[in-house]
Structure formats: structure tokens, C-alpha cells
Design a binder for this molecule. Structure first.
Ligand code: SAM
Length: 208
């Protein structure tokens, strides 16, 4: 955790919003999934590895009232809070490693854009999936976006794990039913393209 945390604190301390490849003024794909599932405004929503992304701004704007943003980098969350000003107080902010995080509540909508793929060790992946399994309500929705098998192999200088529709669905199939996957070409602020796979799942069972 220490090295990883240092890495991400350093990124957010040294790079401006638009100096990072994942910058997106509007997280269109994530918002489309939210709309497709007709997520209630009172739903408990968590954005894991949310950093200082604009997803939270859009959630607030859309009237969502129970939002949590988690990131390993405190600096990232401080930046998001600064941007949001007074609105930040309506959001729960958690500094934690997703692979070790133990939630204190259950969620209805779990969003992860480009954080899951940084978990490359089997124990980290398993812990994180177990956490989602245990803290996503039954029929709750998981939306996860990672680099695809034709996407980059690294992000911000560190190795990531690529997924395909098949590999991510298989990985999650014990407790989650795949609803839909889309591939998306993300245009970075440097005018390069990164191919993502975004999939939605419903939590089906915790009985095993
Ligand atoms: C590529 S950025 C994506 C940020 C945001 N989700 C977005 O779409 O703009 C990855 C984010 O995941 C966070 N992150 C990386 N590893 C993490 C971990 N193990 N636990 C929690 N957050 C992590 C980083 O600090 C960073 O904010």
C-alpha cells in the first residue's frame, strides 16, 4: 500500500487535471449505465478509485443524495473537494486501498472506472471482488471499466491487468450476472486513444 499510495499522491501532487490520460470532462459511458439501470436518486452509490473525476459532480447535479468517493490518494480527493466547494460536504470521502477496504455500509451502485485494472496480484483482486460481493446489495449494480485487451498495458507508468468481455465476466461470474459490455475508445487529452471495456453486472448471490 505504501508504495502505491506514494505513487498516486505524487501523481496528484505534480499533475494538473488535464495532464493525466484518464481526464474526461463528462464520463459519458458511466452516466449512460446509470441511466440504463434507472438508478433511484436515493440509491447508495460508491465510486471506487474515483480520484478527482467529474463523475461525482454529475451525480450531484442529477440529484443523487447518497454518494461515496473512495481513492487511495488523499490529494486526489482533496482536489475533488476543492472543486466542488460547499457541495463536497454532501459526499462521503474515503481514503483507502480498494483491495483492503472494509465498507461500513452496503451499496446499490458500485462504479469503478480504471481502478480495478491496477489490481494485478491475485490476492488483491480476490479481496476486492469479495468486498464488492459482500457490500453490494442483492440486485445491486456493478459498473466496471478497464483497459481492454487492445488497450494500453500500463497507465501512469505502472502495469495494469487488461480484460476482455469474456475474462471479466468469467472472473465475476460466481456472484454477478453480466448485463452488458461495451468497448469504448477514450480520447486522452494528448489526443491518443485508449480502448476500454466497460461492463455492467448485477449481484445475484452470496450463498457460495
Ligand atoms: C486512472 S485513474 C482513474 C480515476 C477516475 N476513476 C476516473 O475515471 O477519472 C485511477 C485512480 O485509481 C486510484 N487507485 C489506484 N489504485 C487504487 C487502489 N488500490 N485503491 C483505491 N484507489 C486506487 C488512483 O489514485 C486514481 O485516482
Amino acid at each position: 500500500m505504501e508504495n502505491k499510495k506514494k505513487h498516486w499522491e505524487n501523481i496528484y501532487q505534480t499533475k494538473e487535471l488535464k495532464d493525466v490520460s484518464w481526464y474526461q470532462a463528462k464520463p459519458t459511458t458511466s452516466l449512460e449505465f446509470l441511466e440504463e439501470f434507472n438508478v433511484a436518486k436515493s440509491a447508495k452509490i460508491i465510486d471506487v478509485g474515483g480520484g478527482d473525476s467529474f463523475f461525482v459532480d454529475h451525480l450531484i447535479e442529477l440529484g443523487y443524495s447518497d454518494i461515496t468517493v473512495l481513492d487511495i490518494s488523499e490529494t486526489a480527493l482533496e482536489r475533488a473537494k476543492m472543486r466542488l466547494g460547499e457541495k463536497a460536504s454532501a459526499v462521503k470521502w474515503i481514503v483507502a486501498d480498494a483491495a483492503k477496504f472494509i465498507p461500513t455500509e452496503k451499496y446499490d451502485f458500485w462504479h469503478d472506472r480504471a481502478a480495478f485494472h491496477f489490481l494485478t496480484e491475485e490476492t488483491e483482486i480476490k479481496n476486492y471482488i469479495d468486498t464488492i460481493k459482500n457490500y453490494l446489495n442483492l440486485n445491486g449494480v456493478l459498473v466496471v471499466g478497464t483497459f481492454s485487451e487492445t488497450g494500453p498495458t500500463k497507465c501512469s507508468g505502472i502495469e495494469i491487468k487488461q480484460y476482455s468481455e469474456v475474462s471479466i465476466s468469467e472472473r465475476l461470474s460466481q456472484f454477478f450476472k453480466k448485463i452488458k459490455c461495451v468497448t469504448v475508445d477514450h480520447q486522452t487529452p494528448f489526443n491518443t486513444i485508449q480502448n476500454f471495456i466497460f461492463c455492467s453486472f448485477k449481484k445475484i448471490s452470496t450463498s457460495i
